[in-house]
Design a protein around this ligand. Structure first.
Ligand code: FAD
Ligand code: FES
Length: 324
């Protein structure tokens, strides 16, 4: 069995174990969240040994060349010596500025930072709390519209981070932000391209950032945003989105409710079915899909089948911690 050397101790890697599992078993407090290679919170650096390519998937070339890797996806065939990777990710000190209720389960959390965070709306950052709890949240704010960082946080039953943010976090409470990460964001340069955005729940957070970024940058092509829910009360920011729909001729907001009729202006049905009925031919479109991992995966396939080019489909699956 390969040996993993960390902080001067060597451990035999168990059958099927990742480097993260092995170090956690030995009592080392390595931050982690998604355990699926998405959030990058488990990044370490190899100082000797050969890394399997899967452990460096999605990393910047410069990081790859320096031996950084994702320990949750690392199953090496030979011995490795590894260290922490504290210098690999941008870290920004932040404080809770205010919290606002968006619906029964969703909170808008606004943070301020000591130094401005450089990001594209729609990317995500990892919230790190003292004690090592790390969870990813998507940026709903737009830097060109102000320095405050906006997040939409759904309350998960028994959830460590969402529970803390909903019930305990108060203005002034500190948080460390790691990132930004992800490639689900608007890129200027093709202002006539039609945009298709679809999300459920707080999948709206990155879409709300991307939408306002595109409008703010003068995007001229049609933009359709589909926000789906089971019940009308699960939707949020409806007034703000209807207001943007009224102000921008090229933007259409589609709110849909699956399990009840909802209000007059809402559509009833499954969000993906309704969306693909509205936009059945996606050749030449840019697609953004965010939120529930199963839905994101399904709609990724459906939008590809409807003609969208794979490189134009950007997806952020909100994987639960532990790899769910
Ligand atoms: C790239 C990315 C972006 C994300 N962006 C957002 C965002 O903008 N807004 C947001 O609210 N969340 C977002 N998430 C999810 C977020 O990171 C956390 O997973 C979520 O807040 C739950 O964390 P927790 O600590 O409260 O719950 P945990 O303590 O991790 O979980 C408590 C229990 O609930 C289960 N659980 C966790 N999540 C769910 C779920 N969604 N449905 C059902 N059961 C669940 C767990 O398996 C566990 O049993 C994102 C995730 C990723 C990977
Ligand atoms: S990338 Fe390893 S825990 Fe998320």
């Amino acid at each position: 069995m390969p040996a993993i050397t960390y902080e001067d101790n060597s451990y035999a890697l168990g059958e099927g174990e990742s480097v993260l599992d092995c170090l956690a078993r030995e009592g080392h407090d390595i931050p982690s969240s998604c355990r699926s290679g998405v959030c990058h919170s488990c990044m370490l650096r190899a100082t000797s040994g050969e890394l399997p390519p899967a452990a460096q998937k999605g990393l910047k070339d410069a990081h790859r060349a320096q031996g950084y890797f994702l320990s949750c996806c690392c199953h090496p065939e030979g011995d490795l010596t590894v260290t922490r990777a504290d210098d690999a990710t941008q870290k920004v000190a932040a404080r809770v500025l205010r919290k606002e209720t968006l619906n029964d389960r969703v909170l808008r959390v606004v943070l301020e930072t000591d130094k401005p965070l450089e990001y594209f709306p729609g990317q995500f950052v990892n919230f790190a709390r003292p004690g090592g709890l790390v969870r990813s949240f998507s940026l709903a704010s737009v830097p060109a519209l102000g320095n405050e960082l906006e997040f939409h946080v759904a309350l998960v039953l028994g959830g460590s981070m969402s529970g803390w943010l909903h019930h305990e976090a108060a203005p002034g409470d500190p948080l460390e932000l790691l990132g930004p990460l992800g490639n689900c964001f608007y890129v200027s340069g093709n202002p006539e391209q039609p945009l298709f955005m679809l999300g459920t729940g707080t999948g709206l957070a990155p879409l709300y950032g991307i939408l306002r970024d595109a409008l703010n940058q003068g995007h001229r092509g049609p933009i359709h945003l589909f926000h789906g829910a089971l019940l009308a009360s699960d939707l949020y920011l409806t007034e703000s989105l209807r207001d943007l729909d009224g102000k921008h001729e090229n933007f259409t907001y589609h709110a849909s409710v699956r399990d009840e009729p909802g209000e007059d202006w809402m559509e009833q049905g499954a969000v993906d079915t309704l969306a693909l009925k509205t936009a059945p031919d996606l050749k030449g479109w840019k697609v953004f899909l965010c939120g529930n991992p199963d839905l994101v995966k399904q709609v990724q396939r459906k939008t590809f089948m409807a003609g969208a080019n794979m490189k134009d489909i950007h997806a952020d699956a909100f994987l639960p911690a532990g790899g769910g």
